[in-house]
Design a protein around this ligand. Structure first.
Ligand SMILES: [Zn+2]
Length: 241
């Protein structure tokens, strides 16, 4: 990025956002400015889970204006999705079509997460420049194809740009499988494994949740012991009398 005026406020801001995204990567997207133009970013975004885009990986351009962050970015889809036209500036509430709705405190990350939220919209909410409404089957077919789609500029496939999350031993996480209830067969003598809830990453857990009240059974046991102790003491006093 030679010849770039690093005192320019837009350049400073964009470089700061690029550092933040590089230091705090997300499993949902991977984005970075082009090496030869900091005002153009390329991003690979995961299709939202539980929708016809699940499993899909979508590559798009983020075009930042010279007045960034005071004017919004423009987004241009490159991977066929059946949801957004390719090579067309997408009109959604926070993009260059609606300057008045953009806030300078937002950033590239806001635009990416916002675009992901626009994927599953249907009907009137989904209408706008750059939107298309292909049937579900076609969107699913394109989602499968999107994984091996290669960006002509980045020269890498979406799967290479945003690999699927892996477990600690390096294995690719399996698809969630719905397990059948087998409560009837299990022996009552064997206590079930305690299920420790794992909070999702970067979601703050309120401290109150961790301080769990002791179970009612324990309260009952303490009461019984207290009554027994009192009874014994009373009997002792009776003998003394
Ligand atoms: Zn690219």
């Amino acid at each position: 990025m030679a010849g770039l005026n690093k005192n320019n406020s837009a350049v400073k801001r964009i470089m700061q956002e690029a550092r933040e995204l590089a230091n705090d990567p997300s499993p949902e997207y991977s984005a970075a400015p082009l090496e030869d133009d900091i005002f153009e970013w390329h991003c690979t975004l995961r299709g939202p889970a539980g929708t016809e885009f699940e499993g899909g990986l979508y590559h798009f351009r983020i075009l930042l204006p010279a007045e960034y962050p005071f004017r919004p970015p423009a987004l241009m889809m490159l991977t066929p999705s059946g949801r957004f036209e390719t090579d067309t500036k997408i009109c959604i509430s926070f993009t260059s079509y609606h300057e008045e709705l953009w806030q300078p405190a937002w950033g590239v990350r806001t635009a990416i997460i916002g675009l992901q939220g626009f994927f599953p919209l249907k009907g009137k909410a989904a209408v706008g420049v750059g939107s298309i409404e292909h049937p579900t089957a076609e969107r699913k077919r394109l989602a499968l194809l999107s994984r091996s789609w290669v960006c002509p500029h980045c020269q890498q496939s979406n799967q290479e740009l945003l690999p699927d999350p892996t477990t600690e031993d390096g294995a690719v996480q399996p698809e969630p499988v719905v397990t059948e209830q087998v409560t009837e067969q299990t022996s009552p003598a064997i206590a079930p494994e305690p299920i420790i809830p794992v909070p999702p990453p970067r979601t703050p857990v309120p401290s109150q949740l961790r301080r769990q009240r002791p179970p009612l059974l324990l309260d009952g046991a303490i009461c019984v012991i207290l009554v027994l102790v009192c009874g014994l003491l009373l009997r002792r006093f009776e003998f003394l009398d």
